[in-house]
Design a protein around this ligand. Structure first.
Ligand code: HEC
Length: 102
């Protein structure tokens, strides 16, 4: 698929785990978080660099545990993904979010 070769000029290529997370993000998260395709009144926050700040948009600490919990349980208009991701997939998703979304 050319992942790691496209779209990043200076950053190093994604690891296989990050690339797997990128795929999950693009399939499961980006339609809301980048396109807001459901036209939610509460616009899903931009997740670029989400771990570069101390807090998540809600004010919760920007930790793996908090993001994992948010993804599994959902929040407000965001659906919960309990049972949709294996542990391996969740780890990949978090690894990709840690790249700042390259
Ligand atoms: C149906 C649209 C939708 C989908 C799909 C979705 N989200 Fe969200 N997400 C939202 C909305 C809306 C919020 C804001 C929730 C709030 O604060 O009320 C949000 C908030 C968040 C936050 C910030 C939480 C906080 O505490 O500030 C994170 C992180 C997040 N989403 C990650 C993800 C990830 C990762 C995925 C894919 C696995 C995903 N979301 C899929 C709509 C969505």
């Amino acid at each position: 698929m050319g992942i790691g070769l496209v779209g990043c000029h200076s950053a190093p290529a994604l690891t296989p785990q990050e690339a797997a997370g990128k795929h999950l993000y693009q399939v499961r998260c980006a339609h809301c978080h980048e396109d807001n395709d459901l036209a939610l009144k509460k616009v899903p926050p931009d997740l670029h660099g989400v771990f570069a700040r101390k807090t998540l948009p809600s004010g919760a600490p920007a930790t793996d545990a908090a993001v994992r919990q948010n993804v599994l349980a959902g929040k407000g208009m965001m659906p919960g993904f309990t049972g949709r991701f294996t542990e391996e997939q969740m780890a990949a998703l978090l690894a990709y979010l840690h790249t700042g979304l390259r």
